[in-house]
Design a protein around this ligand. Structure first.
Ligand code: ATP
Ligand code: FE
Length: 351
């Protein structure tokens, strides 16, 4: 069974062909970062237009690379939320056209479910497991107990860590996306030079806060500029290292706490991560240590499947479809769509 997965909720136009035996036949990602580079953030109108223009090119490329024709596809899965409404709409309309044209079923997928179910595609993980989704727009602990069962245990109450990395990069004159550049700078920096805040870290619960970090970082930078008239390379490296250490510390401690609670409630000891920030070596080392200390196995999908992609949407669509679910031509785009139906509105989702 072959699934076409379509993702266009943010700034990547991504389409993949996935076999339900867990083979990824193709996984094309057309990034828009160059289009938004001059604006210091994603411009929704530009994103929507670019998705609309590129979806058929990317679909063509994904099918060609997989060596299949549209007629070979058995199911079309598409991100129908949450995300930037224009981009999601472009994807949903395109998916409807594909499904109608090939006369095959259509299924709408929650983007976050795509991330959260990825380790089932990449590593064949069994339920239940704990998922830490840590990306440019999200930061949350999810207890994943079934293809459609997610319980949000906690997460950021303001910025996502990826957002904080990107803002830090901007404050220090590095380009975007900032995460990898801040990490590279941090390698030659002193993580102890600046004592940046770690709000909520030692409080009970699983909530985190990252928005105070950028204020602290800006203040530290301004103080150096005031004293010396500018910042040296070493200052910048130290700022990056100290910032990164603060993020990694908060994530490590909160993860340790979440692991204990998860094991007590579900009797399982598997943690998986997703999202671009999981690529950060300091963050990853902290999470691995927390997992080791708690006797958990740690799973991290390859980076290309941690960030936005079509393969995760194809897989999540399949997980829903085989439960007997599907959608029809009335499938709507949902800009907001919390995974956990019982949860309060997702604070700080950034989307
Ligand atoms: P979402 O997936 O929540 O919709 P997104 O598409 O922005 O948001 P991802 O594509 O998962 O998120 O990840 C991108 C984010 O990850 C960016 O903020 C980027 O700076 C950050 N990032 C990538 N690599 C690293 C790294 N090595 N260290 C820290 N941050 C990183
Ligand atoms: Fe994402």
């Amino acid at each position: 069974t072959l699934i076409l997965g379509i993702e266009s909720s943010c700034d990547d136009t991504a389409i993949a062909v996935v076999n339900t035996d867990r083979t990824i036949l193709s996984n094309r990602v057309f990034s828009q970062s160059d289009l938004h580079a001059d604006f210091g953030g994603i411009v929704p109108e530009i994103a929507a237009r670019a998705h609309a223009e590129r979806l058929d090119i990317v679909a063509e490329a994904a099918l060609t690379e997989a060596g299949v024709a549209l007629g070979d596809i058995d199911l079309v899965a598409v991100t129908s939320g949450p995300g930037l409404i224009g981009g999601v709409l472009s994807g949903v309309m395109f998916a409807k056209g594909m499904a109608a044209g090939a006369d095959i079923p259509l299924i709408g997928v929650n983007h976050l479910a795509g991330h959260a179910l990825t380790p089932r595609l990449t590593d064949g993980l069994e339920f239940p497991y704990l998922m830490l989704l840590v990306s440019g727009g999200h930061c949350q602990f999810l207890a994943v107990t079934g293809p459609d069962e997610f319980t949000r245990m906690g997460g950021t109450i303001d910025d996502a860590p990826g957002e904080a990395f990107d803002k830090t990069a901007r404050l220090l004159g590095l380009s975007q996306p900032g995460g990898p550049l801040v990490q590279a700078e941090a390698e030659s920096g002193d993580p102890k030079r600046f004592a940046f805040p770690r709000p909520l870290m030692d409080r009970p619960g699983f909530d985190m806060s990252f928005s105070g970090l950028k204020t602290a970082l800006r203040r530290a930078r301004d103080k150096i500029v005031e004293e010396k008239g500018g910042i040296t390379r070493q200052d910048r490296a130290d700022l990056c290292a100290s910032f990164q250490q603060a993020v990694a510390d908060v994530l490590r401690k909160k993860t340790a706490r979440a692991l204990t609670a998860f094991a007590a409630e579900h009797g399982a000891t598997t943690i998986a991560v997703a999202g671009g920030v999981a690529a950060n070596t300091a963050v990853r080392a902290g999470l691995q240590q927390a997992a080791r200390d708690a006797g958990f196995t740690f799973t991290a999908p390859p980076l290309k499947l941690c960030t936005d992609n079509g393969a995760m949407i194809a897989w999540a669509g399949w997980e829903r479809y085989r439960l007997g679910q599907s959608d029809d031509m009335t499938l709507a785009a949902r800009p907001r769509w919390p995974l956990d139906k019982t949860a309060a509105p997702m604070l700080g989702s950034g989307k």
